[in-house]
Ligand binder design. Structure first.
Ligand SMILES: C[S@@+](CC[C@H](N)C(=O)[O-])C[C@H]1O[C@@H](n2cnc3c(N)ncnc32)[C@H](O)[C@@H]1O
Length: 252
């Protein structure tokens, strides 16, 4: 197993993550999206759900409060600590497990009815085999007929359509410049962030392998999923070439 991409290590191993993806995804912040996800999965209360790379638990906690048996899994101790604190405040009893999504616990084979991987860093590993391994592990821990919601934050078709871009966003009192570029041969999409804070210049990059929809479909099939559909959002609308992200629904 290769080392994770350097950008991944920086963003999730330390607090820099906090300014890039601030609390938009805190528990209960997206009740509408939660409903759409459960409806897309056709999930009924009582089912066992693995919320993979659960982050701060925006999905994990309300799903538990809605009557599902949910396990939250994430590699970042800081994310899990935040999620646990929110769960405690909400009186939601959740199994939290820290680990890498490339290697789920051996005892979880055919345990879950559903797996969710939302706002995911799918494609974050430099070694293509590691990206495939995530899907193979998800297929292993799902029961036969179980469903997997894979929400990927980039879509190579859209990046090609719209070209490289320069944006900026508010980092909370200072502006963060965000320059995105796609390397056509490797398929690696890089976002370079720069900002000035208290007179000091900061910079960091974030990288992800941008997949096309057929590439993801093929990887899902290779992992053992027998059906897959692609959508532009959690409402289940069909994927279009200008969808900034992709939501796949796959069945084992
Ligand atoms: C952008 S956040 C999304 C969190 C959550 N799913 C959501 O929708 O808000 C990505 C999460 O993936 C986790 N993550 C990244 N790489 C991981 C890995 N190899 N194994 C497990 N979790 C990982 C990070 O710690 C982070 O919490």
């Amino acid at each position: 197993m290769d080392a994770p991409a350097p950008s991944w290590q920086r963003l999730y191993a330390d607090e820099e993550f906090n300014w890039i993806w601030p609390p938009a995804y805190e528990p209960n912040s997206n009740p509408h999206e939660l409903e759409q996800i459960l409806s897309l999965l056709e999930a009924q209360p009582g089912a066992r759900i693995l919320d993979l790379a659960c982050g701060l638990g925006w999905l994990t906690i309300p799903m538990t409060l809605g009557g599902f048996q949910v396990t939250g899994y994430d590699l970042s101790a800081a994310m899990l600590a935040g999620a646990q604190e929110s769960a405690g405040q909400a009186d939601a009893h959740i199994e939290w497990v820290r680990g890498d999504m490339r290697s789920l616990p051996a005892s979880w084979t055919e345990t879950f009815d559903f797996v969710t991987l939302t706002l995911s860093e799918f494609g974050c590993f430099q070694d293509e085999a590691d990206n495939q391994r995530v899907l193979t592990e998800v297929a292993r821990v799902l029961n036969s007929g179980g469903r997997f919601l894979l929400d990927i934050v980039v879509n190579r078709d859209e990046l090609i359509l719209n070209g490289d871009r320069n944006n900026s966003f508010d980092g909370g009192g200072f502006l963060i410049a965000d320059k995105g570029s796609l390397d056509l041969l490797s398929g690696i999409y890089t976002r370079a962030f720069q900002w000035y804070q208290q007179g000091r210049r900061h910079e960091t990059t974030w990288q992800i392998r941008a997949f096309t929809p057929p590439e993801v479909k093929r990887m899902l099939e290779q992992a053992g999923f027998r059906k897959a559909s692609a959508h532009r959002n959690y409402a289940g609308d069909a994927l279009t070439r200008d969808s900034a992200g992709m939501v796949f629904l796959a069945q084992k």
